[in-house]
Design a protein around this ligand. Sequence first.
Ligand code: ADP
Ligand code: MG
Length: 400
Amino acid sequence: MFSKKTITDIDVHGKKVLVRVDFNVPIKDGLVGDDTRIRASLPTLDYLLKQEASLILASHLGRPKGEVKPEFSLRPVAQHLGNILKKPVIFAEDCVGSIAEGYASRLKPGEILLLENTRFHIGETKNDPEMAKQLAALADIYVNDAFGSAHRAHASTEGVAHYLPSVAGFLMEKEIHYLGSAIANPQRPFIAILGGAKISDKIGVIHYLLGKADQVLIGGGMANTFFKAQGYPIGDSLVEDEALDTAIKLLQEGTSRLRLPVDVVIADRFDPEAESKIVPMGPVPDGWRIMDIGSETVASYRKVILGAATIVWNGPMGVFEFPRFAEGTYGVAQAVTDSESTSIVGGGDSAAALVQSGLSERVTHISTGGGASLEMLEGLPLPGVIALEDKDQEAIPERK
Ligand code: ADP
Ligand code: MG
């Protein structure tokens, strides 16, 4: 169960509510590209608007590193959100100080204000208490719905929670439910599927899931390092020599649970048009490289996946950006969505691969947070969540 208070646990009616959202979306020529993250915040925003709260939205965008850089302005997001909500979204040119205070104090119930990029101030990433207090001064209540930023202890994600009654939004609650509770106490069989580029990015994830899952199915570039650790020549495949010792340890730790591909797709160069063939896993010839898992592997993983009650998946099975090497990832996606399991996908590229496969609507939960979802899959607590009030905690008296 989610142990933190949410927006339904407190009275938000008519209040000024500071909502930390994750509007870190791609922007090109002043227009918002993929707006998944904006749409993911709508249940929380709609609920608060129905309660006639005044919404003050805060987010970061990109990495302006404490400087005001116009290309990182959130102004296009205000326009975009306004179009979605069919309501004007007022934009404040600064997130704290007199400009922000002016806009916030004039805000009426049911109105929406979007603050400029929190990372235009260096205090944001430094979690400066002064900046946190200035943010808190804008509102009566703080709501954190920015799951994608919850692994960072920044002024708008963690610091501010020390100065206002602070609760989670619906997106935050949902993400923690799936990536936390559902994985900590899974319905079994519980199957983890792990791929992606590198072992070194994900040692913690592999380790945690090896301890929890009934089976761990490996694919992607990370399989190569396991193959090399087993003594196979792997040609020009992506490999991490510095992670070989770790791979050996994980192989020993996981003997009966860790499964590696039995066949692979190899290519003669890293190119969408490269010559390619499927070969049983064995020594990879010089000049060739592993780009995907093979069809035998997909078939054997499929059997395991169809029997699962809970599945967590992080990391594509191959270089899915090149259609010729996306088959393994799509095959696994098909199996996951054909199964009757609760299926949970974390990781930025994994989410993109699933959308590309056309099957994203059919998984139970795709996380909106890349880094944050990985930290959850390592079993780590997130600072932005810890800072919120516990369900059984007495309310912090409201600031007057
Ligand atoms: P996520 O963002 O979901 O956590 P990663 O960033 O770890 O996933 O990995 C995604 C990347 O891994 C993709 O860009 C993909 O091309 C790459 N990848 C997968 N398999 C291979 C492979 N066999 N060789 C090289 N790169 C690979
Ligand atoms: Mg990635």
